[in-house]
Ligand binder design. Sequence first.
Ligand code: 2E6
Ligand code: F3S
Length: 408
Amino acid sequence: MREVLESLEPGAVLVADELLVPGSSSIECRAAGLMAGEVRRRGLTTVRGSLELAGPSTSLAAVLPGAVGLGIGVAADDHAGWLSARASLAAWLRAAGPRTVLLAAPRSFCAGVERAVEIVERALDQRGGPVYVRKQIVHNAHVVAGLETSGAVFVEELDDVPDGATVVFSAHGVSPAVRVEAERRGLDVIDATCPLVTKVHAEARRFAARGDTVVLIGHAGHEEVEGTLGEAPDRTVLVQDTDDVDRLLVLDPAKVSYLTQTTLAVDETAEVVDALRARFADLRGPGSDDICYATTNRQNAVKVIAEESDLVLVIGSANSSNSVRLVELAHRHGAPAHLVDDAGDIRPEWLTGARVVGLTAGASAPPRLVEDVISALSGLGPVTVAEREVARETVRFTLPSAGQYGKA
Ligand code: 2E6
Ligand code: F3S
């Protein structure tokens, strides 16, 4: 232990994965990920390891009351580190205690994300050269980092892909202009666009072909929206809310149809569609909307847990539209809610006094992260896990044909 502390950089803090008690069995520190996040938010770096309780006086540890064999501990070798370690430990001890974790179901990966990730994994296994991916394959930092570690090269635009190389299009889809450019460059394209996004592109072409103004309801700048807009750019207008609908100018009010991004809030989108219908009596559309089954199910499930929870945690990245919608919806259904990439983003002040914690994950967040968060929370005291299932998902999408993988 002394060696670990001596090798700590100035300002670094050792966060204990276990506490070693001389002459006794070790004490597990499942909340180490939570503690490490808090130390990092205080501007210090962290190292994970074992902490010997009979060690140097610069270590701080606590055995949690009411939780047999669970502890939490930190150590630092300098004053700044020690102050931060002490404050972090105090904050997490305030949040300690028994709680219930209410899991939303469905949550986490949808069929389109499973397919997109598998497409990249297979390409990495089977292609000889590097595999480039245009944009994030899905909007999740952990998924992207994992595939990067396996060798995928993420780029923003096709300009960053060498001529003739393999490039995967992300799950959010691309505009026809991107496909044309890829062909012109002789790129070897594998398309991971979610089939439900592809369906919206087909609707855009069909509605535009009959001479309609196509109103796309969605968020400006989102990759899916950019791709769909590109199908009929001269005929398509983007609206984000009912104010945009009020301002809308169209060539022929009798020839208007609408489409939606797949990951919008169901309730807000219905309001925008109602506003469109109020202005354009002959409005045509895709049935009700293009919001996908996975988005709808995750929203229905988060509503249920929000109504029963003191706090809702949504696992997902900040650029994930469907994940952000889950946070907003939980708020609208009465619970304080926060988006976290992983356990390290959870703040002790959110949990202090929160005895029932609702937990869900956006469609691009790996299920492993949900398990990690439950495990981390169980390091603060006994956790009872209950699930609220609103739907069973059986949707699976087939992969592109085998010929798409490997040139041999
Ligand atoms: C493709 C289409 C829709 O930001 P958004 O929610 O759209 O995307 P992800 O990657 O977070 O979720 C999956 C997805 C992919 N949704
Ligand atoms: Fe597709 Fe919906 Fe997932 S559009 S990628 S199934 S969130």
